[in-house]
Design a binder for this molecule. Structure first.
Ligand SMILES: Cc1cc2nc3c(=O)[nH]c(=O)nc-3n(C[C@H](O)[C@H](O)[C@H](O)COP(=O)(O)OP(=O)(O)OC[C@H]3O[C@@H](n4cnc5c(N)ncnc54)[C@H](O)[C@@H]3O)c2cc1C
Length: 316
């Protein structure tokens, strides 16, 4: 397949490729590892076909090891095809019990495919209190492996599930107390990333995946301040869902920024509930939709008025 765009991007839900048990097991390996860089390297070697070297996997049972081999083959095909076609793979973040495993697999893919540019990206959810620490840790692993760190920064889509699950198992709530603290966290992590990107030799690509105007303005201000828009390679991309906040996407694109519009596709019975959840969680998206409608209406009036100034056919 060829795509008519210079830097195509594709979101990947890794959870579709393996069982939750295996993912949680892999996450536990990551959390318990005394040498996370080495573990990432081991799995990255596994991706290149030499799985026997992965000593840590001895703790997995034979069935899980077989599933892991199939998974490695799938990730290898995805990574190699993406690299050959120049398509960026954005791995989605999901629930906290899955995210550690997702991070380990994604970092291993970065180690295998991100030596010259960010082909594989991970996602970090700023509604989680620990996100800054995780970003710093995983960024330092990529740095030590001397590969590019691709990061999609979101607020997070599973507030109520996270809270319910924490309550059910008697753990503290991992999510920021309210919308304001999530916003503060997002802007803090975003500022940290842009500051890091401005340093000489930084190997980082950032997607500001939000419909929030305040965070978007903050990103644009910092990009200009650090002159990141003058660099040859695009360091910062903006990410929106198709059909949401198009007025912001257009303004950004007109100003020369790259904007990725995410297009979910699949059977209607699966896509519609997904879109309904996105619309419900999206506080600024809804306000944006009203604003967009108003802007479109004004533009329509302006164009019609230009064509025909007769008061009778255009009485506004
Ligand atoms: C391109 C793209 C990719 C995405 N990929 C992922 C992904 O991989 N994983 C994922 O989880 N999400 C993903 N999302 C969804 C994202 O996490 C947000 O749910 C969505 O974008 C709405 O947040 P916002 O920043 O756009 O806007 P806003 O409307 O400003 O923020 C809404 C968000 O604020 C947070 N929030 C709202 N109320 C509270 C509260 N009471 N307490 C704490 N926090 C609160 C929630 O995170 C909510 O989603 C993606 C979004 C985009 C645009």
């Amino acid at each position: 397949m060829s795509l008519n765009t210079s830097k195509p991007m594709l979101q990947l839900k890794l959870t579709a490729l393996l069982s939750t048990d295996l993912l949680v097991n892999i996450g536990n390996l990551f959390a318990g590892s005394r040498d996370q860089v080495r573990l990432v390297e081991d799995i990255s070697r596994c991706l290149q076909g030499t799985c026997s070297e992965v000593l840590e996997f001895k703790i997995l049972n034979p069935e899980a090891r077989l599933e892991l081999q199939v998974l490695m083959e799938r990730l290898r095909q995805i990574g190699q095809t993406a690299r050959d076609k120049g398509v960026r793979i954005l791995v989605d973040a999901e629930h906290t019990y899955e995210n550690l495993g997702l991070s380990l697999l994604t970092l291993a893919m970065m180690a295998a495919y991100n030596s010259t540019t960010s082909i594989v990206w991970n996602t970090y959810q700023c509604y989680l209190k620990k996100t800054m620490d995780n970003v710093k840790n995983e960024m330092s692993i990529a740095r030590r492996l001397n590969v590019y760190f691709g990061i999609k920064l979101v607020r997070g889509a599973y507030v109520s599930q996270e809270r319910d699950e924490a309550k059910r198992i008697g753990l503290p709530d991992p999510v920021c107390e309210n919308y304001k603290t999530t916003n503060d966290n997002y802007n803090r992590v975003l500022s940290f990333l842009l500051d890091t990107a401005s340093r000489p030799g930084a190997k980082i690509n950032i997607m500001v995946a939000t419909h929030n105007e305040e965070s978007t303005k903050l990103a644009v201000t910092r990009i200009r301040e650090y002159k990141l828009d003058r660099l040859q390679d695009t360091v910062v991309t903006f990410g929106h869902l198709l059909g949401m906040c198009d007025h912001i996407s257009v303004i950004l694109a007109q100003a020369g920024y790259q904007v990725y519009k995410a297009l979910p596709y699949g059977p209607v019975e699966m896509v519609m509930p997904y879109l309904a959840r996105r619309a419900a969680e999206n506080k600024t998206g809804l306000m944006g939709a009203r604003r967009e409608q108003q802007l479109l209406w004004e533009e329509l009036k302006r164009r019609l008025w230009r064509q025909c100034s007769c008061c009778a056919c255009f009485p506004y």
